[in-house]
Write a protein of this length. Structure first.
Length: 250
């Protein structure tokens, strides 16, 4: 009982009483995994037996860590490492005119992602992993939960691999000249993404939001900061993320 009351009070502090009661009833009493809050237009789903989903819900919905103080309204957004789609739907509600491309490699996450984005025609989901070049990738379960899958380059293609997609590929497919907002939570793949072939898209990115993963992949943030240092980006910390703003594109 005390645990339930603690959770309800935590929800109330972050979401207000109305939203807190809705989430609490659906997650803890009804155990449906489907809830609604007033700043997300449509109901969304998490897997209640999945600790990673609960963590993502806390980060994206409860704490609203992707509420960004930026000096423009984004029209082109990439969500790299989209997980179950909570960040994508958060952005779709905050920036309803934006086109959002969500990239997620894991099939179990991708299935929930598709459910959550179904009411939002402005979100396009691609089951793949972002990489710096055309290659094949394989999914790696690191044993840290469904929000911590990573990818690695595969020497040959087989039934366990899939084609990678690059940031430049997405821009070309969408006919975008700039990326207004690029959110990247790719479990260490930032090491590859900022080591090679970033020159075609990073200077054209207005805001970059990156969670770094040196705790899992040693040195993975070094190429990120090296690449950023070559351009006129300002930086601030927000929650788990580094938020970089391209001062030349404001």
């Amino acid at each position: 009982m005390l645990g339930q009351l603690y959770y309800l009070n935590k929800l109330r502090r972050n979401l207000g009483i109305k939203n807190a009661l809705n989430v609490f009833f659906n997650f803890r009493i009804k155990k449906s995994g489907i809830a609604h809050v007033d700043f997300i237009r449509y109901p969304f789903r998490i897997r209640l037996n999945n600790i990673a989903d609960s963590s993502t819900f806390t980060e994206v919905i409860m704490r609203q860590e992707y509420t960004l103080n930026i000096p423009f309204i984004p029209a082109t957004i990439i969500d790299a490492g989209a997980n179950i789609g909570l960040t994508a739907i958060f952005f779709a509600n905050k920036y309803p005119q934006a086109k959002i491309i969500s990239i997620e490699p894991a099939s179990d996450n991708f299935a929930i992602l598709q459910e959550n984005i179904k009411p939002y025609p402005q979100i396009q989901a691609i089951q793949s992993g972002v990489w710096s070049k055309k290659t094949n990738l394989r999914l790696i379960d690191n044993g840290r939960g469904a929000n911590s899958y990573s990818v690695a380059e595969a020497e040959t293609a087989d039934e366990h691999t899939f084609p990678a997609i690059s940031i430049a590929d997405i821009m070309q497919q969408q006919n975008w000249t700039t990326i207004d907002l690029l959110k990247m939570d790719v479990e260490g793949a930032e090491k590859e993404l900022f080591s090679n072939n970033y020159e075609s898209w990073l200077p054209k990115t207005r805001v970059l939001v990156v969670e770094t993963h040196d705790r899992f992949v040693k040195g993975s943030s070094r190429p990120l900061f090296a690449a950023i240092s070559k351009l006129n980006f300002s930086c601030k910390l927000q929650g788990f993320n580094h938020v970089f703003i391209n001062e030349d594109l404001q």
